[in-house]
Design a protein around this ligand. Sequence first.
Ligand code: FES
Length: 106
Amino acid sequence: MARILVCEDSALPDGEAIKVEAPGEAVAVFRSNGDVYALADRCSHGNASMSEGYVEDDGTVECPLHAARFCLKTGAALCQPATEALRTFPVAVVEGKIYVDVPEAA
Ligand code: FES
């Protein structure tokens, strides 16, 4: 695993998301109800950036393109048109900074 710096903890307000480029794929990092989550940035249904989606109070994010919703915690697809889950990544908040752990580049 490689640990990638996302941003200062204070730079990600509740209900917002930020995209980071990781080796192999982009990752979308979200904050919802104070907790931080990381999912694959590309929607499993099409070519949409989940970091541009709508973070809901119920711990989900809605795709900006066709409105599929995904669980921020598990990545599960919760409604059509998406049927496949988004990959999840571990996150850590250390000394005021948010990090995401991603697999090493092949
Ligand atoms: S691209 Fe996300 S629901 Fe279609």
